[in-house]
Write a protein that binds this ligand. Structure first.
Ligand code: 0WE
Length: 260
């Protein structure tokens, strides 16, 4: 199958942790289509792994980013601007975090500090990146931002808890960013993926059960892979989606449409 054409496009990818990451599946697609990519990662533990992956797609820039810090986000965007001659066309935001203990037990018991932590990392980070990158994205003739969301932001999914509140915040942020940045031709969309086996998923008790539920109850009766998500992301990031913004594209085998 022909791959979407991203030649001449420059992209920033936040959220690769390892080869199973959704962000990595998307990055590979973009690179296959000819995009030049910069990557950010979180934490020294994964640095060498991310650098090795980035090298395989000839990346110009790999740098750490603490998305909780405006200064760090601004520094990263400065480096991206220098690497890409002041222009950026694509942003892939695939970042989320809640404390492990808040993804089990009762949402009611989420402490205040960790409630804000989840929203800070998982939702405000998109706002911070969009604002910092706006001057570079304006230079594109049709920039596109894609973030990753989940049904747990719209419905109560047992144990998703504070991450659901963070995704609801993220979903609303996508719409308000789309309104502001649409004026500058910058699109902002979300992909709502079903459960995908990634590093983030592996530490979640009951993940195999979630996959089994999707396989039993979704219209297509099959689970979702990172490559499925990458195909949707490639579309939203491509010029084929030039009039698509403020939207959520479900890549969940149709699960979201079911009532039982
Ligand atoms: O958004 C997510 C998970 C994101 C995530 C994962 C972790 C695991 C390790 C955020 N923070 C952490 N913190 C850690 O310490 N998903 C959509 C996958 C997911 O996670 C769930 C799910 C689904 C689906 C947690 C409970 C219930 C369902």
């Amino acid at each position: 199958m022909p791959v979407a054409d991203f030649s001449g496009k420059r992209g920033l990818v936040l959220g690769v942790a390892n080869k199973r990451s959704i962000a990595w599946a998307i990055a590979r697609r973009l690179a296959e289509g000819g995009a030049e990519l910069a990557f950010t990662y979180q934490g020294e533990r994964i640095e060498s792994g991310v650098r090795d992956l980035a090298d395989t797609v000839g990346s110009k820039l790999v740098t750490e980013c603490d998305v909780r810090s405006d200064e760090d986000v601004e520094r990263v965007v400065r480096e991206v601007g220098e690497a890409f001659d002041g222009r950026l066309d694509l942003v892939v935001h695939s970042v989320a975090y809640a404390a492990a203990e808040d993804l089990e037990g009762r949402f009611t018991d989420t402490p205040r500090e960790r409630f804000w932590l989840a929203i800070d990392v998982s939702a405000y980070s998109l706002v911070a990146v969009a604002r910092a990158a706006e001057p570079l994205l304006e230079q594109s003739d049709g920039a596109s931002i894609v973030t990753m969301t989940y049904l747990g932001g719209e419905r109560a999914v047992p144990h998703y808890n504070v991450m659901g509140v963070a995704k609801a915040t993220l979903d609303a942020s996508v719409r308000y960013l789309a309104w502001d940045l649409g004026q500058k031709g910058i699109r902002v969309n979300a992909i709502s993926a079903g459960p995908v086996r990634t590093l983030a998923a592996r530490s979640i008790a009951g993940f195999p059960t979630m996959e089994a539920i999707v396989e039993e109850r979704s219209p297509l009766r099959r689970h979702i892979t990172a490559d499925d998500v990458a195909g949707a992301a490639a579309y939203l990031l491509s010029d084929d989606a030039r009039n698509v913004t403020a939207s959520t594209l479900y890549v969940d085998s149709g699960y979201h449409a079911m009532g039982m």
